[in-house]
Design a binder for this molecule. Structure first.
Ligand code: SAH
Length: 341
């Protein structure tokens, strides 16, 4: 059966080659052809024997994702709508930052986490994305634009820790020194808080980053807006976060969307500071992008600034995130296909 070669890590390719009696070092050469030379046919792999190329052609395809539409924002943000082989549509965003371009990738078709403010959850999860479908978002976006992508955030549609194994293989492929060579420190996975996977992720040997979508300083509010909190309440979540920091020595990003009148009060800011004091974390305050079908409102500017100032005064590392690509519906949390009924 034909499958995408872009779902294969170096180790998987090695095993495939050893089983066929090929030299395992050839797998690095293939990775180079795929991700450095970005060949569009196996025939271009000139250091691979003709007979083995025939074998590769039988087993694998080199198809990129089909791009349905590509939009560009005034600020350089680009959004792609891709059609998968089974017809499902997914979105990918490229953001233009001072340090380079970062890609925001989707991990699932739809999402089952049901966060009440989020547009993605309005479509139930149909399936996980394959590793190749996640890798191909980065590769296709890069090939279509000629842009070299230096950073990747796993913050598009879906809960990455609900598709853990494929996301981990995706990271290994991105990080491959002979391939795209995206540094582990330039890769961030964001989760709504699937605690068992946070423990598992802390054992992952690459120096990748973790972001937690917190969005509330206590269980009372978090239970109202994030159903996952009923399975893994804040004290259990923070045990996992503390364990992660202890094991990896890495700073965790805490994402906090500011929702008017709900989690943006002075009391909430103080409670959040209490929760985070002494922990090696960095808080990203995110202006909420309003979703037509939802009743939630973005906090007023002065309330966002007040919230930020309280955290700052309490010596919490914090930034008020700037918004990108809002004119093309590519801003944080806005990814949802208007093309699907
Ligand atoms: N499921 C993962 C990753 C995808 S969501 C997670 O929950 O972290 C990426 C981030 O966008 C999350 O922090 C999510 O809560 C946030 N988000 C969702 N909808 C949003 C909206 N309308 N405005 C701003 N941020 C939003």
């Amino acid at each position: 059966m034909m499958q995408s070669i872009y779902g294969f890590t170096l180790d998987m390719l090695k095993e495939y080659m050893i089983n066929l009696g090929e030299k395992p070092f050839r797998s690095s050469q293939i990775i180079e052809w795929l991700y450095r030379q970005q060949v569009r046919s196996f025939d271009e792999m000139t250091n691979i024997s003709k007979s083995f190329i025939e074998r590769l052609k039988q087993d694998f395809d080199l198809d990129l994702l089909e791009c349905v539409t590509k939009q560009e924002s005034y600020d350089g943000t680009r959004k792609f709508l891709f059609r998968l082989k089974d017809g499902n549509l997914i979105e990918t965003v490229l953001m233009n930052n001072e340090y380079g371009y970062s890609a925001c990738v989707t991990t699932e078709v739809g999402c089952n986490m049901g966060c009440v403010f989020c547009a993605s959850g309005m479509k139930k999860k149909l399936r996980n994305l394959e590793t190749s479908e996640i890798v191909l978002q980065v590769l296709t976006a890069s090939i279509l634009t000629g842009i070299k992508i230096s950073h990747v955030v796993v913050m598009g549609i879906g809960e990455p820790f609900d598709n853990y194994d494929n996301v981990i293989n995706f990271i290994k492929i991105l990080n491959e020194p002979k391939g795209l060579e995206i540094g582990a420190r330039h890769i961030t996975v964001s989760t709504c808080g699937l605690v068992p996977k946070i423990y598992e992720y802390s054992e992952f040997p690459l120096q990748v980053n973790l972001a937690i979508s917190l969005h509330a300083p206590n269980n009372e509010i978090r239970n109202q807006i994030m159903p996952i909190n009923k399975s893994y309440p804040i004290e259990i979540l923070f045990k996992a976060i503390t364990d992660y920091i202890d094991k990896t020595n890495r700073r965790v990003t805490i994402e906090y969307i500011l929702l008017q009148g709900l989690n943006d009060t002075v009391a909430c800011a103080n409670e959040l500071a209490n929760l985070l004091t002494g922990l090696n974390v960095y808080v990203n305050l995110i202006p909420y992008n309003e979703v037509k079908e939802k009743p939630y409102k973005r906090s007023k500017k002065e309330d966002m600034v007040k919230f930020f100032d309280i955290l700052k005064k309490r010596k919490i590392n914090v930034q008020l995130r700037r918004e990108q690509g809002s004119d093309i519906d590519a801003a944080c949390g806005q990814l949802r296909s208007k093309h699907i009924k």
